[in-house]
Each structure stands twice: as C-alpha cells, then as structure tokens.
Design a protein around this ligand. Structure first.
Ligand SMILES: Cc1ncc(COP(=O)(O)O)c(C=O)c1O
Length: 398
C-alpha cells in the first residue's frame, strides 16, 4: 500500500454512523436526515429524457475529451453565466468533462502536485473532505485556513504567511462554501489571482454550489470571471470545477466539468487518459440538455429559498445563525459540543445533522468546526419544517 494511505481519516459519515450506533431514537417520530448534502428535488425531465433517448450510446466507449457538442454547451454556459467575451473560452483546449467533480477534485491534485518539492496544498477549514485526501495521497502537506464567524466563514488569505505561499503548489477554494455557504467576493478572487502569479501556484476553484444562491440579482462570482475582469484572458493558473449534481438535482448522473488554463488542462487531459472516468455518452447528452436550460435551475433556487425562509423563521431566535448567501446548508453554532448535540438530537428527536468537527481539523490551536453543526436543507419543505420544529424543541431542553 502507499505509505500515504494511513494518513487518511475515516469519512465524516462513518464517524457519524459510529456516533449514532446503539442509540434508539423515539419510534413515534420518523427519521429526518439533514446530514448528507445529497439534493432531493426531482431530476428534471429534460435530463432524464435526453439520457433515455441516447441509451444506445452505451455500445460505444466514450472519449476522455467528450463530445465537442458537450464542450461547446459548457463553454456557452460559462460565457453566459460569468460574463466572458464571446469566443473567449476554447472548448477544444480549455474544457474537460469529468464524472462528477469529486473524482476531478481528487485526481487533479494527483496530476498537479510535485511531491519532490516539499509541497503544500492550501485549503479552507472546515472543508469538503476530498481536498485533504487528494493532498495527502499526492504526497503533499495540507495547510488549513480556519474559517470563523468573525470573517463570515471565509478564509483570511491576508493572514497566510509568505513562507506558506512559497511552498504552495495548489490552493483549493470552495465558493460558495461547504459548509457555510460563504461566497468569496470578486475582489477576494482577484487578490488570489495576484498571489497565484506572484508565488506560482494553481487555484482550484470548487464552484459546485454556484447556482444555488439567494439573491437572483447577485449570483456568486466565479474565478474565470475574476480572471477575465483583470485581463487574465488565458485564465492562467485557474481551474474551475462545476457540477450538475446540485445545480440540476442530478447527483446520480455523475456529471461535471473542469475549465480554465489550457496548458494545465493539456497535462490533466493526458493524466485522465490513464485515470479513466470518461463520461458515458448518454450522460454527455443529458449534460448538454442540462447546461442548456436555466428554467429548472431557477425553480431549484426557489425551492431552496422557500425552505431557508421557513426554517429560519422557526430557528431564527432559538440559535445563533445567519442566512447564507448561497448553497443549501445551515451552519449553526451549538450551545453544547457538536458531537453531543448531534447525538442527543438524534436520541430525542430522530433528526440527524452532521457535527462540524467531522468536517474540520485542529489547526493553529483551533478546530473551527467544533461547536457547529451542518444542516442540509435537502429534504422536502414539510420535512425541513418538521425537523426545524424538533430542533427548536430540543434546543429548549438544553
Ligand atoms: C464542496 C463540494 N464539492 C464537490 C462536491 C462533489 O460533487 P459531485 O461529485 O457530485 O460533482 C460536493 C458534493 O457534495 C461538495 O459538497
């Protein structure tokens, strides 16, 4: 086995299963799971139909690069969404389909990191667990940027020592963030682009929640948009990761893409020809349909907005929380320890949430996930409301 394997922690959901083991919640209350970030709204018909119509494509091996039509549909979507100049993105060299961003966020580090150069991979803390696993298995050391309430749960890039930037080969950012929903403003992205150039590192911008935002008039900015705005029209050192899982309620489709710096993507393409995970042809056709339609995405946002409003109405006074600008999580401070909170809530109310400390690491004397829980508003509205009422009842017992 690779010696790096033992550095991996068990996944948060394994820890959660262990935490709940042996506890018998009240039988009269049906279980409500708000722990996993799996979208539960219906997958739009246009995606299902495109998939079905193209099932015959299963008789062919797909290529790593994917169909030109898919890359063109993605380029058109990125151009519209992030206000790029027409023709600025070359579908031939600046876009690659991936089988969900999870495998891409992981494999990208395996391709990019030079383990002989004492590498650091910088990432937010708490974080989507793949970043850390990717860094460790690529032979790099993770460096965490604690995100705390005082900084709107965003990383404080100004506080990073120069010695860290010098060793940094890859910076993962997650905007909108999981778990907090925090959005890095355009100025912040522009500042990062300056740092990436100065210290010669690559920015992997995980934007898979970018389409789930509260304010229709202010969609979260993206890294390509920021690069374009400052004249980095070749998107040097930038790679963005987008997914249909959350945007289009299709987590089982396993469809996303990476886009950005052509030189980096050329190497990553070579890597992927060995890595595998080419996207099946029916999935590519379903993805073309999905990236070409915004109506279902607007409806999706409406459903989340409805749930946030209802749940905040119930929990707003009972607990310290702020409405996130994007994403589908509530990241709340707990009046007792986060694992205790989770365990007791399950035992008393049969509601499962995720302890914040399962998503974070102790770094610089602080574990920023501690005393927080993540509540995924993925269940239907009535279930979210029911869960919020039960959480409120539980809070009243503390
Ligand atoms: C922050 C973040 N990035 C990436 C992913 C992976 O999504 P997918 O592989 O479905 O595209 C997730 C899934 O939960 C996530 O929360």
């Amino acid at each position: 086995m690779t010696p790096y394997l033992h550095k991996l922690q068990s996944y948060p959901f394994e820890k959660l299963a262990a935490l709940k083991k042996g506890i018998a919640p009240p039988a009269g209350k049906r279980h409500i799971a708000l722990s996993i970030g799996e979208p539960a709204h219906a997958t739009p018909h246009l995606i299902q139909e495109a998939l079905l119509i193209h099932l015959h494509g299963l008789s062919n091996y797909p290529t790593t690069k994917g169909l030109p039509e898919l890359r063109q549909a993605i380029a058109a979507w990125l151009t519209r969404r992030f206000k790029l100049a027409e023709g600025q993105l070359d579908p031939e060299t600046q876009i690659l389909p991936v089988s969900g961003t999870r495998e891409a966020l992981f494999s990208f580090a395996q391709c990019l990191i030079d383990p002989t150069a004492d590498p650091l991979v910088v990432m937010p803390n708490p974080f989507y667990q793949i970043y850390e696993g990717a860094a460790l298995l690529a032979g790099a050391e993770p460096y965490f940027l604690n995100t705390v309430a005082e900084n709107a749960y965003l990383p404080d890039f100004d506080a990073v020592p120069e010695s860290v930037w010098r060793r940094c080969q890859l910076l993962y950012i997650c905007t909108p963030g999981n778990p907090s929903g925090g959005v890095i403003p355009r100025d912040g992205l522009i500042k990062l682009l300056g740092l990436a150039e100065k210290y010669d590192f690559v920015i992997a911008s995980d934007e898979c929640y970018s389409e789930l935002y509260d304010d229709e008039n202010s969609p979260p900015p993206g890294l390509l948009e920021a690069a374009f705005a400052i004249g980095n029209t070749a998107f040097k050192r930038c790679v963005v990761f987008h997914s249909l899982s959350k945007r289009s309620n299709a987590p089982g489709l396993r469809s996303g893409f990476v886009a950005g710096d052509a030189a980096i993507l050329q190497d990553y393409f070579k890597y992927r020809t060995y890595h595998g995970a080419a996207m099946p042809l029916p999935t590519q056709h379903a993805s073309i349909a999905a990236w070409g339609d915004e109506k279902h995405v607007a409806e999706n946002r409406r459903l989340y907005r409805e749930k946030f409003a209802a749940v905040l109405d119930i929990l707003g006074d009972a607990v310290q929380l702020t409405k996130p600008p994007a994403g589908f999580y509530l990241w709340i401070k707990t009046p007792i320890g986060d694992t205790e909170f989770t365990q007791q809530l399950f035992a008393q109310e049969n509601v499962t949430v995720l302890p914040g400390s399962y998503l974070s690491r102790e770094f610089g004397g602080l574990n920023p996930g501690r005393n927080h829980v993540r509540i995924a508003l993925v269940a239907p509205l009535e279930e979210c409301v029911e869960a919020a009422l039960r959480i409120k009842d539980f809070l009243n017992t503390l």
